[in-house]
Each structure stands twice: as structure tokens, then as C-alpha cells.
Design a protein around this ligand. Structure first.
Ligand code: ADP
Ligand code: MG
Length: 277
């Protein structure tokens, strides 16, 4: 229940006194520099993410939007703890994720799940749908084979895929069906946060709408928190509560979705909005 959650939170928060219980992810002054080694002798430093701060409230969706190369995926990788920051911090439930020991790191992986864009929607093309959805359960030692199968079947229902999909392979499914499988896999371990990096970008507009509806329904049902990365402001309007606009690694606008669409503060955001068909 919500109360139990708040209680558990108060316990884990004892002593940290940083995050508010409703703030599940806090990004503070996050910066990432890459050293680019080209034909020249010396490496050149690229600041891909430059002093970015934002907060993702529990049960809501924060969209990070910006054109290609603005640093969105780099932010996602750092929030997932897959890439170390040059400076700044990511707090998950008030705890700096870079300070987690390996046991807590394992638990973190369970609580914060990614969905990426790639031709197979973060699925291994050589794995059956059953294997793809069951694997996180197996890795995390959840249940026996029988209960895992029941869980996988339940997840398939949740994302509205027929049970017959279990024996199929990603290339036998449509793009939208593959993203449904990727969602089922991401939800297998009952995460609190799902980081979606261009999760619907490869889909045509109709299918995109169906997947966004599914994500919205799942959020309402399960109380999920989304960090939703996209280059597409039309998608933002469908899913976001709060919006961060990035340009060349910097955060240039940060507000509620209605505010951003009704009265964008930055020339850059206005230009992005004008580009929506
Ligand atoms: P976006 O997701 O908004 O398209 P990215 O975060 O992927 O942007 O990239 C931001 C910038 O950082 C780009 O200029 C990109 O080329 C650069 N970049 C990303 N990853 C690396 C890397 N591993 N090494 C060097 N440069 C990188
Ligand atoms: Mg990207």
C-alpha cells in the first residue's frame, strides 16, 4: 500500500535528509565529458551533458526532449548507472547510485529498468519471446520454472499480446509487438522506474499511439515512474507530466507539460514546437 511504501521510505531515508519521498530520482549538476580522439594528436573534450539538474516525481513521467546529439541518451545511461558521470550525482530514493555496493547495485537494477530503441526493441533476436521475458526473473532468482512461466504468461496479458507469441522470435513480430515484449520484459521484476530511451521512435504514428496508451495504462495500474527520452515533442504531449528540454548538453527549459506547450520560455523550445506537424 501507499502507506507501507511511505513507511519503508522513511526508514531507508533516515539520516540522508535529502530527497522528498515523492522524488524518486534526483539528478543534480550532472555532467559528462567525452574525450574525442580523431586524426589529431591531442584528444578534444566534448561536454555531452553540461550541469543538468531535474527531479522525477514518483508515479509521474518526466520527458527529456531535444534534437539528436543534445545529450539525452547520455543522461539516460547515467541515470541507469551504466555510465559514470564526470561530475554531479544521481540520487535514487535519496541515495547516490554511484555509492551502491554490489548487492545494492543488483537491487537497483531490479528497481530501475530500461527500454531502449533498437531494431528489436531491446530484445535479443535469437531468443524466443518466452526466453526474453523470463530471463530477468531467472537472473534474479525469482520463483521456480513453473511460477516463472505463469508470471511470463501474466505479463503477456498485461501488454495485450496473445499467448501464442511465447514461442515466436522477435523478427516474426511487428515493431509494435516487439515493443510490447520489451515492455513485458522491463516489467518482469516489478520495477518502480522505467527509463525509456526513444522507446516508440521507430514506430509509425498509429502504433506509437497504441504503445503510449499502453504505457499510460500501465503507469496508472502499477504506479510506475517514467523517465521518457524522446526527440519528438508530439510524443511528449501524450505521455509527460514534466518536461526537460536539452540543447547541446544543457538544460534550457524545465516545466510542466502544459506550461511548456502553452508558453515556452525559450526561443529554442518554440522552434521545436513549431516543427511539430
Ligand atoms: P542524444 O541521445 O540526444 O541524441 P547522445 O547523448 O547520444 O545524444 O550524445 C550526445 C553527444 O555525445 C553527441 O555529440 C554524441 O556524439 C556524443 N557521444 C555520446 N556517446 C559518446 C561516446 N561514448 N564517446 C564519444 N562521444 C559520445
Ligand atoms: Mg539518443
Amino acid at each position: 500500500t501507499e502507506q507501507a511504501q511511505a513507511h519503508a521510505h522513511a526508514e531507508t531515508e533516515a539520516g540522508t535528509a535529502t530527497a522528498r519521498p515523492e522524488d524518486v530520482i534526483e539528478v543534480r549538476g550532472l555532467t559528462k565529458e567525452f574525450v574525442i580522439r580523431g586524426a589529431g594528436v591531442r584528444g578534444e573534450t566534448l561536454r555531452a551533458v553540461d550541469d543538468v539538474s531535474f527531479t522525477v516525481r514518483r508515479g509521474t513521467t518526466l520527458a527529456v526532449v531535444g534534437e539528436s546529439g543534445s545529450g539525452k541518451s547520455t543522461v539516460a545511461q547515467m541515470v541507469l548507472n551504466l555510465l559514470p558521470a564526470t561530475s554531479g550525482t544521481v540520487l535514487f530514493d535519496g541515495v547516490d547510485i554511484t555509492t551502491l555496493n554490489s548487492k545494492d547495485q543488483f537491487a537497483f537494477r531490479r528497481r530501475v529498468q530500461p527500454i531502449f530503441q533498437n531494431p528489436y526493441g531491446s530484445l535479443d533476436p535469437s531468443w524466443s519471446i518466452f526466453r526474453s521475458v523470463e530471463e530477468p526473473l531467472r537472473v534474479h532468482g525469482v520463483g521456480d520454472a513453473r511460477s516463472r512461466e505463469a508470471r511470463v504468461r501474466d505479463l503477456l496479458d498485461k501488454v495485450a499480446l496473445p499467448q501464442s507469441s511465447l514461442r515466436r522470435f522477435p523478427n516474426e513480430l511487428s515493431g509494435g509487438q516487439r515493443q510490447r515484449v520489451a515492455i513485458a520484459r522491463a516489467l518482469a521484476l516489478q520495477p518502480e522506474v522505467v527509463v525509456c530511451d526513444e522507446a516508440v521512435s521507430a514506430l509509425d504514428v498509429l502504433v506509437q499511439g497504441q504503445i503510449l496508451t499502453l504505457l499510460n495504462d500501465l503507469q496508472a495500474e502499477l504506479g510506475l515512474t517514467y523517465l521518457f527520452i524522446t526527440h519528438d515533442l508530439a510524443v511528449v504531449r501524450e505521455i509527460a507530466d514534466d518536461v526537460v528540454v536539452m540543447q547541446k548538453g544543457r538544460l534550457v527549459e524545465y516545466a510542466g507539460v502544459e506550461e511548456v506547450f502553452a508558453s515556452p520560455q525559450q526561443e529554442y523550445t518554440r522552434a521545436l514546437l513549431d516543427a511539430i506537424p
